[in-house]
Ligand binder design. Structure first.
Ligand code: ZN
Length: 119
């Protein structure tokens, strides 16, 4: 199990294992957030935080919600807005201890256009 926290500690995420790869996506939202995504089955991840600590953002087709800390502003994860969308979720690997992700391969996803990996 590895742990990700926002800067102030109001949100704590427990994931089952170190990610083997991370996704650097160039879509309109990910490039602005500057995040690296580690993907997990959503039912293997636990998100701890007071309800008021979690602020969400949805846009477009509203299939996924980007969640950030309402206090310190760090983007912590995305999650499906409905179970039918996907069983996966993305955890922002920037919030893991750097040593926990130093061995992960970083893959560039062309989310802005083709939805294909560029490597
Ligand atoms: Zn915070």
């Amino acid at each position: 199990m590895i742990v990700a926290t926002c800067h102030c500690g109001a949100i704590r995420i427990e994931a089952p294992r170190r990610p083997r790869s991370l996704t650097d996506c160039n879509c309109s939202i990910c490039r602005r957030y500057g995040v690296l995504w580690a993907y997990y089955q959503a039912n293997t991840v636990r998100v701890h935080g007071a309800p008021k600590a979690l602020a969400g953002y949805v846009w477009g087709d509203k299939r996924i919600r980007f969640v950030r800390c309402a206090r310190c502003g760090c983007v912590t994860h995305w999650e499906a807005t409905q179970p039918a969308v996907t069983s996966r979720m993305g955890v922002n690997a920037r919030n893991f201890d750097p040593g926990d992700v130093s061995g992960a391969r970083i893959r560039r996803l062309d989310g802005a256009s083709t939805w294909k990996y560029l490597d």
